[in-house]
Design a protein around this ligand. Sequence first.
Ligand code: HEC
Length: 150
Amino acid sequence: MVAPGRWKRAVGQTVVLVGLGVGAGVISYWGIREAPPTAPPAEREPSTPAARTVSITMPHEEPVPPLGPNRSTFQTSCTICHSTRLVLNQPPFAEERWRKIVEKMINVYGAPVGATRKEEIVGYLTAISARKQLAGMPEGGEQAAIGRPR
Ligand code: HEC
């Protein structure tokens, strides 16, 4: 036979344990229940203007190559890798210098230009260089001359 005092203690302990269990259940349900919807954080102006990201689009203009013999060969072969401007901004070189440059493009950089086209291009660049020299264009080419009175 169990003493009545021990019974009471056992019942009391059970009540406390069940109570703790229910309490823990309620608390954890509270934790996992769907969070109430919160408003998205309002977009704030950054405190300093320097922290703002700004983007601009730079104008991109390619010069039109001047008319001359075999201009289209030049246009199709020499603007694959770089701008037209890079070529047209060179000083008005003589034929040999242009040939060396075109050969460098072919042999060093792999420009897909055969022997016939190579001569056409050298001829075109030499012709427009000669015209620039006749027109008294400064070293630096077409772009340097923009805005100058003729
Ligand atoms: C396969 C790619 C390619 C092709 C096609 C090409 N080039 Fe180039 N070119 C280059 C590279 C690479 C440079 C070096 C660019 C740099 O230094 O920023 C260059 C530079 C130049 C320069 C600047 C001066 C120098 O000697 O570096 C000139 C002028 C030039 N090329 C002319 C031409 C001409 C004319 C043609 C047509 C025959 C041509 N390029 C075709 C790749 C090419």
